[in-house]
Design a protein around this ligand. Structure first.
Ligand SMILES: Nc1ncnc2c1ncn2[C@@H]1O[C@H](COP(=O)(O)OP(=O)(O)OP(=O)(O)O)[C@@H](O)[C@H]1O
Ligand SMILES: [Mg+2]
Length: 277
């Protein structure tokens, strides 16, 4: 079966797309799926950094798209998580350097080799973001509970429907999902941030999770082990809940941060990864 392509996108920058790509990639790989996370953010490469693989990048997405390297030479395997691979992007190239043909060829190869391909999109609606959306089977729109972030997310949802290969080919539309991140209950209470029910009213996509604002996320990024698999944090539990909702494994209502359960079947293994066990 060819891979399912999930594009992680947003209107506004800095909302948590790269964090989410790493989190979903790790969680799916830990379920035994073969996963490749692909960095579409040319010039602002940081997916490899969040996954602790930055020192191992020799060839990147652009090299493969231009035929200067084979896919196998550019794929980097995660150190601790079997089945998780990263295709990094160029740190130096121009934002528009990826051609549609080149991206198409690489995506075709990735679809043949993996179960899931997760595309980390740049923010906004420029070339890289559109390239990542074009190939999507699913789009996860990430937004923070702020008016500007939600307005921009709404704009992106318009593009998801119309600019995909799926719509071009007349297939079923891209499935749209919404992930709220950096949710801060205190700021919602004092009116600085919007409550989730209001976000749900504005945006039509299906809500799959709410990830709290948490210092643990930065700590995870710095250690190269994704937030989703930290067995001891609310953010980790929320990301795992989101993956379960995305996969349709649960029909439970989405929990607000603080209510997440967070038990993980591989807890012992994860505790060792985080060296707290
Ligand atoms: N739930 C969270 N709690 C606290 N900090 C977070 C959370 N999610 C992301 N961050 C932090 O916010 C910053 C931006 O996150 P990230 O790089 O994932 O966003 P992005 O949407 O990929 O940004 P860009 O649009 O620049 O690509 C990072 O410093 C990250 O550690
Ligand atoms: Mg990013």
């Amino acid at each position: 079966m060819p891979a399912t392509v999930i594009t992680i996108t947003s209107g506004k920058g800095g909302v948590g797309k790269t964090t989410t790509t790493a989190a979903f990639g790790a969680a799916l790989a830990l379920r035994g799926h073969r996963v490749c996370a692909v960095d579409f953010d040319v010039g602002l490469r940081n997916l490899d950094l969040v996954l602790g693989l930055e020192k191992r990048v020799v060839y990147d997405f652009l090299h493969v798209a231009e035929g200067k390297a084979k896919l196998g030479q550019a794929l980097i395997k995660h150190k601790q998580i079997d089945n998780l691979y990263v295709l990094a992007t160029s740190q130096t190239a121009e934002k528009n350097a990826l051609t549609n043909e080149g991206v198409g060829r690489v995506m075709e190869q990735l679809r043949a080799e993996f179960d899931y391909v997760i595309c980390d999109s740049p923010a906004g609606i420029e070339h890289g973001a559109m390239a990542a959306l074009y190939h999507a089977d699913h789009a996860i729109v990430v937004c923070n509970p702020e008016v500007s972030s939600i307005r921009d997310a709404d704009r992106i949802l318009g593009f998801v429907g119309s600019k995909s290969k799926r719509s071009e080919d007349g297939r079923d539309p891209v499935r749209e999902h919404l992930l709220v991140t950096r949710y801060d209950e205190d700021r919602v209470k004092c009116g600085e941030m919007l409550p989730v029910n209001e976000i749900k009213e504005i945006l039509s996509a299906e809500l799959i999770g709410i990830v709290p604002e948490s210092r643990s996320v930065l700590r995870s990024s710095n250690s190269g082990v994704p937030a989703s698999i930290d067995p001891q944090t609310d953010a980790g539990a929320a990301y795992r809940d989101a993956v379960a909702h995305f996969l349709g494994e649960t029909k439970d209502p989405i929990r607000l941060p603080g209510q997440a359960v967070g038990n993980h079947p591989q807890r012992g293994f994860l505790m060792r990864l985080f060296r707290r066990g």
